[in-house]
Design a protein around this ligand. Structure first.
Ligand code: ZN
Length: 131
């Protein structure tokens, strides 16, 4: 999909986050405290990325990571990692393996069962309720 098509398909915020590696505002996004059962898909291409049973509670936990949807594990093969040295720090960027959309970042988190914390923007995601 080219840039113009994506701009039509996505809202300004969705475009900014998924294509320009933006970050939405914590606690004021769609899925951060959602507890519904189902799967989270890529906003851009629809690929299944995360299962709700791997979702972390981000009303508590490491400060700075609170208020965004977060997951302990991704669906195997659904995401790719890239080095991100922006903002004067080294982080691991998480992108959709299928279309390359920016999703968020991967952090170490001692509170998470796997020790890893996928911090994801709600506007990079869609939700499919469990049937
Ligand atoms: Zn995608």
């Amino acid at each position: 999909m080219d840039k113009d098509e994506l701009k039509k398909k996505l809202t300004n915020e969705e475009y900014h986050v998924t294509q320009e590696k933006g970050t939405e505002i914590p606690f004021q996004n769609k899925y951060w405290d959602s507890k519904e059962e189902g799967g989270y898909t890529c906003k851009v291409c629809g690929a299944m990325l995360f299962a709700s049973d791997k979702k972390l509670d981000t009303s508590t936990g490491p400060s700075g990571l609170q208020g965004w949807p977060a997951f302990d594990e991704a669906i195997p093969g659904s995401i790719k990692f890239q080095d991100d040295n922006s903002m004067g720090m080294h982080r691991t960027e998480v992108v959709c393996a299928n279309c390359g959309a920016h999703l968020g970042h991967l952090f170490d988190d001692a509170h998470a069962p796997s020790g890893k914390h996928f911090c994801v923007n709600s506007c990079s995601l869609d939700f499919e309720k469990k049937a």
